[in-house]
Structure formats: C-alpha cells, structure tokens
Write a new protein. Structure first.
Length: 364
C-alpha cells in the first residue's frame, strides 16, 4: 500500500523535519531533537501535524442510540459543545479502538486512530441500523495540535473567541486570520493545549500563520517522537502498543470510561466479569538504575516472569527510564520492586502512581 501525505509534507521538509512512515503516512518524527521538542511543549508551545487521524460524522435520529451501544462511556452525559474519551470493544471485551466523540448540534464527530480507520468504519457499518448516517471525512480534514503552557496566550492573540472560557474537553467554532475552524481543548501531552480541526485546503495557511504569530512565545513545530515521550510521561495509552484487540479497558486502567450501570454496550458482559478481579493490570514503572526499557522487554518479580513492557522511553522531564506494561494483578501494588530484562540484563524498577510527570499545565 502506498504511503499517504498530509498537506503539510513540504512544510515539514522546509523546517528540517526527519520524515518516517507512521500509520500509513509520511510524518515528521522530529525537526531538531526529541528532547528539545519535548521541552518546548512542556515549557513553551509546540505545534504538531496530526492530520493523519481519522474523522467520522455520525448523524440521524438514531445516532445517539447507535453510538451509545458501540462505545463504553456514557454519551448521555454529553452536551452540545463537549467531547468525550471512549473506546469501542468487541463482544469479548477486546479494544477495537480508543477515540474521542464530539457532540455537535445535529451530529456527532468521532475521531479515531489513523491505523484503525478501515477497521473502525467496517465495524460501524456492520452495526448500522435505523436512521443512522455515517460519513468518513478524514481525507478532507486537517488537524493541528497546539500544545504547551503558552498555547492560551497564542489563541488570545489570534482568535476572535474568548479562549479563556473554553473548558477542558469542550470545543467551539472560531475564525483565525479569516480561516473558519473548530477548536477543542484536548490533547495528548499533559499540557494546556488545543486541537484545531480545519478543512485540509486551509491547513498550510493556518500552520504558517500560527508559527509566525507564535514566534514571540517560543513556538516551534514538533514531531511524533516527542508526542510519544510526552504521552508516556502522562500514562496516556497508545493503540497498537498499550492497548489492542487482545487487551480490554478494565485491565488497561480505563474503568473510568466503562459505564456498566448507565447503559448497555457491546462487550459489557465479559468486561463485567473482569471488573472486580482483573487477571492483569497495566502499570507504570520508574527505573531505579540507568536503563531504557522498550516494548517487549520481560518484567520479573524476583525470578518469576510476570509480564511485559508495552511502551518505554528515557523520560526527558524525569531524566530516568520509564515504562508501561501489563503484569499479573497480584503483584501490581504501588511501591512493588520489579526487574526488567533489557538486552539480557535485569534492571531494577519500581511501580509508581501515574502519571510519571505531575507538573503539567493541563488544568491551568
């Protein structure tokens, strides 16, 4: 299958972006260095091109009931102008995808992982019945994530909307330099930030304007490399690594978006069995000696193999190795010392309370 480009590929190259293949797209992993870009987002403001993400519009008189059945969170709590994090599951509880649903006035917008676009659309259409319309608008949408403690200052300056009033997981419609778009106070970094949904033919113009207007705030384009280190420090899960069709929301620590009492949904019966006594648990491990854990590393308790690392990195903020991984629930207490096999050597780590990084500007 041939790789796709976002409208910003030439801009990435012009800024010195190192281009890699990710989820079927050519995207920048970094422009300078991952550590530098990580710190730009933690301390100033960075702009990501995340236009590879997929967007579906769901409408019709039965759209609410349709989505309520297919997702684990309770859409009944969602008001127009709000967003909600959720997952879709198979009947056995395995995770099809994690996603965000936006409630618009006459329809819902579902934002899904790029690598799952075809699979998700097929699943939706399989369960489509009644007055439900599904439209895949992914190829016509651009998406920028503007993240960092100075992001609000930027949008105060360039937006026609009082950005101070936009609450976490809420969205509204604004005009920036004559470009109409939807802005959402969401992100994947643990910092104050916004995601901008715009027609793809306006994306380059918007990108250039934001970078130019944000220069005095220290804005820089940032790549997928630091997006990964930022999300790991916050214990934000990555589909394909930390969650997949063989994992479930209970063991993945997503009980908080799994609403058994409020609704019926696909996968509920099997997940309910796991709710009180999950077999495995996704935990956060901080290394106690210098080592960088990676996906696939084995996790030991004393000499017993008890699990496997799903995501790992050297944390730029903590300056130590960190990782996520599944282990048997009985060894998952905070403070438990573990060993991780890294290239044949067992290195010491300890289970810690998430997130790893606790000083973000997310709720400022």
């Amino acid at each position: 299958m041939s790789l796709k480009n976002t409208p910003l590929l030439d801009e990435h190259k012009n800024h010195g972006g190192k281009i890699i293949e990710f989820a079927g797209y050519r995207l920048p992993i970094s422009y300078s260095s991952i550590n530098h870009e990580h710190n730009i987002v933690r301390n100033h403001v960075g702009v990501f091109d995340v236009s590879h993400m997929g967007e579906f519009l769901i409408s019709g008189n039965d759209a609410f009931a349709f989505l309520q059945k297919l997702t684990t969170n309770d859409l009944g709590k969602l008001q127009v102008g709000q967003a909600q994090y959720s997952v879709m599951c198979y009947e056995d509880g395995g995770i099809i995808d994690d996603l965000i649903i936006y409630k618009k006035r006459d329809e819902y917008m579902m934002v899904i992982n790029a690598s799952n676009r075809e699979k998700d659309l097929e699943w939706l259409k399989k369960h489509q019945k009644g007055d439900v319309f599904i439209e895949d608008i992914s190829d016509h949408m651009g998406l920028l994530a503007v993240q960092g403690p100075k992001s609000r200052d930027l949008f105060r300056k360039i937006s026609n909307h009082n950005i101070n009033s936009l609450k976490f997981y809420h969205f509204c419609y604004v005009s920036i330099n004559g470009i109409d778009l939807m802005i959402s106070r969401t992100g994947y970094t643990g910092e104050l930030g916004y995601e901008l949904y715009v027609k793809s033919d306006k994306l380059v113009e918007l990108w250039k304007y934001i970078i130019n207007e944000g220069k005095n705030l220290g804005i820089e384009p940032v790549g997928l490399g630091c997006r990964d280190t930022l999300r790991m420090e916050m214990n934000y899960l990555l589909y394909g690594s930390d969650i997949n069709e063989k994992t479930n929301p209970i063991e993945a620590g997503l009980k908080w978006i799994t609403k058994f009492e409020e609704k019926e949904f696909i996968g509920k019966n099997n997940l309910k069995k796991l709710y009180k006594t999950p077999f495995k648990k996704l935990i956060c491990i901080e290394m106690k000696e210098r080592a960088i854990p990676r996906n696939g590393n084995s996790i030991y308790y004393n000499n017993d193999l008890i699990g496997e690392v799903t995501s790992g990195t050297m944390s730029p903020s903590l300056k130590k190795g960190i990782c996520l991984g599944y282990i048997y629930s009985k060894q998952s207490q905070i403070g438990t010392n573990l060993l991780i096999d890294i290239r044949g050597k067992k290195k010491k780590g300890c289970i810690v309370d998430p997130p790893f990084y606790k000083n973000g500007s997310l709720m400022n």
